[in-house]
Ligand binder design. Sequence first.
Ligand SMILES: *Cc1c(COP(=O)(O)O)cnc(C)c1O
Length: 399
Amino acid sequence: MSDKISNQNIGKSTLSIWGGEQEHELYERSTQVPVVHSVSFAYEDIDTWHQVALNQLPGHIYSRNTNPTVRAFEDKVKELEGAEAATSFASGMAAISNTLGTFLKPGDRIVSIKDSYGGTNVIFNEFLPPLNIDVTLCETGDYEQIEAEVNKGCKVLYLETPTNPTIKITDIKRLAAVAKAVGALVVVDNTFATPINQNPLALGADIVLHSASKYLGGHADALGGVICGSKELVEQVYHYREINGATLAPMDAYSFIRGMKTLKLRVERQNENAMAVAQWLEKHPMVEQVNYPGLKSHQGHEIARQQMSGFGGMLSFSVKGGLDAIKKFLPKMQYAHMAANLGCVETVVGPPVTTSHVECTDAERAAAGIPEGLVRYSTGIEDIEDLIADLEQALSYLE
Ligand SMILES: *Cc1c(COP(=O)(O)O)cnc(C)c1O
């Protein structure tokens, strides 16, 4: 997209196709962003080189810092999140650890919820406390507790909504206002919602982050992460990352650029499929509970309706008979990988014990309120009739 076009009134499908595609970087009149496999960038005179190095002229110096393909990916996400700046990482966990590493110093305090992604919880429980960083994890959805803890003062309020794998919803706008009042930074993991369904910056967050390995890429063939926010905050995280070195590789950035061209098409289809699957599961006799924010029975339904434009492709459900029942019926599914990832075009299923919370002990999972009989279901873009028929035949092994 030409530099002249502002993203004010442009639709998200148009932005995910044209955003970040700077014409001056398209090589030899190629229509697609080139994969620039070059560690360094050469200059013809020292003065220009020096000015680029000082950020006084546009350009690239060394690919651990910036790279044209990686930059195009960052700009695309930036446009979709309506942000001033973005920077990227070798994985979603690198996005999280580098962001927390940038803003938290010994003596600081972070407030978050108990239902964050398993890897994020390891950072909270294992890595931050020895650095003399105080971590307070509140019951997800207990606004009184979260607000009281934030009001005691903290450097960062860290949220994830919807959560993994219990699909709980947290009111971003409400908590961001409380955090602002005590001068805390609000960081939101938007991986599950995608920028198509939810834009946390517009709800008051300071930093929004994604595991690009999931919906942004959409094809489960590249690992990466990205954060967006104000130029000032993103530059601080960029500086931390360029030195610590968790840089996104150009080929993976290209896979994300390619994947993101169909982001809105995919996510809209996943929203529809997930709703149909959730409604069907809710009526099944072997299913105990269905967690999907699109269902009226979901405790976060009203907030989800306000802060999301679609309810997403992720749901979870528990079956009668616990883990034994899961071991019996999940392998019977034909159109679903039993795998640890999510957010791709194929349907993917698995229990938390081998997916989101593989890092946790049985006791930690129980404390987090994750039933042994839970299945996380990442809806693909297959035909809905086939997905439901597949669930029906697999669940019939339980009756
Ligand atoms: C997968 C995931 C992460 C971690 O991302 P990686 O790319 O696997 O490092 C973080 N948060 C959420 C919500 C995720 O689903």
